[in-house]
Design a protein around this ligand. Structure first.
Ligand code: ZN
Length: 252
């Protein structure tokens, strides 16, 4: 880990608002999702390099505006991706979340890394008024983007965009099904990743022929090898590799 020394999670946080989602200023993290946990060792993964320098808040927000806002903030969350199955999945998960909580989903973008690791790119939690929040850790996305760019793969930007979509959809799986613990839960991650495979990764790869990288690629392969059975040894082994050391941890 790096750059995590005694930093308040809310300190200097920059927040922006998606058009159809409410904003919140207080986030109580009640479930943590570790996506993109191991970037350097996975399926079709570029080597993960440490950032050459700490990006400023302005650089982080510029990265969001230039590389993520269109695909996430103006397409995915508005149901306007060029992938109808993914739009349908997003709309269903969003509606289920609103029905369950009575609130729209709050999305925030942090200019700081997650407390657990610089590789954590998103987390889902509950706000003080009972709404679901999804927080995106933009420095971790920027690191991932830099790794894709330096990978030499000709379609690196498309791979990054598919990665960003998959991560957000994975958070939507957490959001739609109820957050009841403030600890990292390997069981909840198994459930949410299974649904992410079913609703997002399989359509991405099999229907839309999008490349899958890093953790998503590993889950796609494990899902196929397990024939969709989360009790299968291939599936259990991947969950244990990615989340075994984190199970039960929290920031409280
Ligand atoms: Zn998760």
């Amino acid at each position: 880990m790096k750059n995590n020394k005694s930093r308040g999670r809310h300190e200097l946080k920059q927040e922006r608002q998606f058009r159809n989602m409410a904003i919140v200023t207080l986030i109580i993290t009640c479930a943590i999702c570790v996506t993109g946990w191991i970037i350097s060792k996975n399926y079709r993964s570029p080597d993960h390099e440490q950032p050459a320098h700490m990006k400023t808040d302005a650089e982080i927000m510029a990265f969001w505006t230039n590389e993520m806002e269109e695909i996430i903030g103006k397409e995915l969350v508005l149901g306007k991706l060029p992938y109808p199955i993914l739009n349908d999945s997003f709309n269903s998960l969003n509606a289920a979340t609103v029905d369950r909580t009575g609130h729209t989903i709050a999305v925030t973008m942090s200019t700081k890394y997650h407390w657990a690791s610089t590789n954590v790119q998103a987390a889902t939690g509950i706000t003080s008024n009972g709404a679901v929040s999804i927080e995106l850790y933009i420095p971790a996305f920027a690191d991932s983007f830099d790794s894709y760019r330096s990978s030499g793969q000709p379609d690196w930007r498309n791979l990054f965009q598919a990665h960003a979509i998959a991560i957000f959809m994975h958070e939507m799986e957490h959001a739609s099904c109820g957050i009841t613990t403030n600890h990292i839960s390997i069981g909840e991650e198994s459930r949410a990743w299974a649904e992410t495979c079913r609703h997002t990764l399989v359509p991405m790869a099999d229907i839309y022929r999008l490349g899958l990288t890093t953790t998503e690629g590993e889950f796609y392969v494990a899902w196929k090898e397990s024939f969709g059975d989360t009790n299968n040894i291939h599936w259990i082994a991947l969950l244990d590799k990615l989340y075994g050391s984190l199970d039960g941890r929290s920031n409280h």
